[in-house]
Design a protein around this ligand. Structure first.
Ligand code: C2O
Length: 550
């Protein structure tokens, strides 16, 4: 195994993808940022110099971080931010997983422009469990672009009590494509007829799921979230913020030029949203000039097409015959030590006395899990407080296993009576090796809405998903314990639920949150503290000497 070194300079970059210049924060003056390419088992060492005007941290989305919780990156959870002018070195191994992951800023809205691919290939050039592609192409689908400062966008949303301003464009590998005014360039890939390409698709958007198609072509999904899947044939990829999908595309159409296109999947378009479409180009060698001038356009599903999204999300199964490397055996744990039902969603809170909160009846928008609206500490990280044994005043370990009331979660009228949330830093403590079964239940306190829920530090098996209220007696017998998909981010069906299982075999502090970025400061967050086990290989080492201070 090798050591893969990168130096990331985080700083300002001026871009003009649409009609106006905008200064953004980017890594090494690139958008998307640099691609990290490693083999399973390698050690990554990334020196991050913060030359931007903002605090920042970086997160390696989906990396297990076995015994390296200090390198995970969510601000105030595993570390204090890197202050402007300071540096931190993230050092961790990528083992037990292969496929496409990514890295992004984990402070405020900065991941809008601070992101890039993290690709883990099998070690020693071991073959993939699918036919070798002719070439591999990362597709960062989609970035989301504002002709505005994205930190201001977030702060304005938080202050106003409403959702964030609608973005101005979606992008493929940083380029909006031909449907936007002033858009200068499109992402374009060249293909040879008869060859097969591996598209490593990453949803890097802040707040939108996508439908993605290439005119005239079909896909075979071979991995999601860096976990191999049984081959799944589809003409549309559905992908939520934080998720990845590795798909094979065979250039089996008449040599010509074809558009690839993505637009949002929005289950409940109750508030204004960016409903624009980003385009890229798939161009065959020897394509005629008339086809280059007039590429074929795919027909995307309507933005509200929940059945198409659900079909894609539920038909994927894990390829059980392939280990993830490092002896990782994919077996669904049968024993369950901790059962949790976690309700989550948006709600309205009373404005504090004298405040001006902007929501209906001077309320303010909030978000919660089991009615706890997570409050981030500001003087230290949860991980440092836990490691040093000084939780007092920082967090309490009484995050509830169940919501405080049982009601019809999907009936907005019934649920609206029940909006009280506590703003607290409550965590769930887990013994090392505990098997956790979590049912995530979307609520309709305000309205039902899609929420992609991401767990740091672990993959989970997705045992079942459905609409309406979770009913254990009815659903449990339908759990897939044979080859369920394994992910780090689940798009919980709108007004529905997902049943997940994971083994807490990594000591540290692990965040679980909505990957719609603006829902994080509103509190759509839960935090797990996983205790050390009894051996050196189950004990979190002390922090690196250069861990940033608050
Ligand atoms: Cu990709 Cu905590 O996030």
């Amino acid at each position: 195994a090798a050591i893969v070194k990168h130096t990331f300079h985080v700083g300002n970059l001026t871009l003009e993808p649409l009609c106006k210049e905008q200064v953004v924060v980017a890594v090494n003056k690139q958008l998307p940022g640099p691609t990290i390419l490693a083999q399973e088992g390698d050690t990554l060492v990334v020196d991050v110099f913060n030359e931007s005007p903002y605090n920042i941290t970086l997160h390696w989305h989906g990396v297990f971080q076995q015994l390296t919780a200090w390198a995970d990156g969510p601000s105030y959870i595993t570390q204090c931010p890197i202050r402007p002018g300071n540096k931190y070195t993230y050092k961790f191994k990528v083992s037990g997983q292969e496929g496409t992951l990514w890295w992004h800023a984990h402070f405020a809205n900065l991941r809008a422009t601070v992101y890039g691919p993290l690709i883990i290939r099998p070690r020693n050039n071991k073959p993939y469990p699918f036919p070798k592609p002719y070439a591999e192409v990362p597709i960062l689908l989609a970035g989301q672009w504002w002709d505005a400062n994205v930190v201001d966008v977030e702060n304005e949303a938080l202050a106003s009590g409403r959702g964030p301003n609608v973005s101005d464009a979606y992008t493929i590998n940083g380029k909006p494509g031909a449907l936007y005014s002033c858009a200068k360039e499109s992402f374009s890939m060249k293909v040879s007829a008869g060859k097969t390409y591996l598209l490593r698709i990453i949803n890097a958007a802040l707040d939108s799921q996508f439908f993605f198609k290439v005119a005239g072509h079909n896909f075979t999904v071979v991995a999601v979230d860096a976990v191999y899947t049984n081959p799944y044939h589809t003409d549309v990829v559905v992908i939520a913020p934080g998720q990845t999908a590795d798909v094979l595309l065979r250039a089996d159409q008449p040599p010509a030029t074809y558009y690839m296109a993505a637009h949002p999947y929005v289950s409940a378009p109750l508030v204004p949203f960016d409903d624009s479409t980003t385009l890229g180009i798939l161009q065959y060698e020897n394509a005629s000039s008339s086809s280059i001038a007039n590429p074929a356009m795919p027909e995307l599903p309507p933005v509200t097409d929940t059945p198409t999204a659900h079909t894609f999300y539920t038909n994927i199964t894990r390829l059980m015959s392939r280990r993830g490397g490092n002896g990782y055996v994919p077996v669904v744990p049968r024993r369950v030590d901790e059962r949790m039902l976690i309700t989550f969603g948006l709600g309205l809170d009373q404005c504090p006395p004298g405040g001006n909160c902007g929501g209906p009846g001077n309320s303010r928008l909030t978000a919660s899990m089991n009615n706890v609206s997570f409050q981030f500490p500001s003087k230290t990280s949860v991980l440092e407080a836990h490691f040093n044994g000084v939780a007092t005043g920082i967090f309490t370990d009484d995050f509830p296993d169940n919501p405080p009331l049982v009601y019809d979660y999907t009936n907005a009228t019934a649920a609206a009576a029940f909006t009280a949330t506590e703003k607290r830093t409550r965590v769930k403590r887990l013994a090392y090796g505990a098997v956790v079964e979590m049912v995530l239940q979307n609520t309709a306190v305000l309205s039902t809405e899609n929420h992609p829920i991401h767990l740091h530090g672990f993959n989970f098996f997705v045992l079942a998903q459905g609409f309406g209220n979770f009913n254990r007696a009815r659903e449990e017998e339908k759990f897939n314990l044979v080859n369920p998909q394994e992910r780090n981010t689940i798009a919980v069906p709108v007004g529905g639920w997902a049943a997940l299982r994971f083994t807490a075999n990594n000591p540290g502090v692990w965040m679980m949150h909505c990957h719609m970025d603006v829902h994080v400061p509103r509190g759509l967050v839960a935090v797990f503290v996983v205790e050390n086990g009894g051996t050196p290989s189950s004990t979190l080492p002390p922090p690196p000497a250069d861990l940033p201070r608050c």
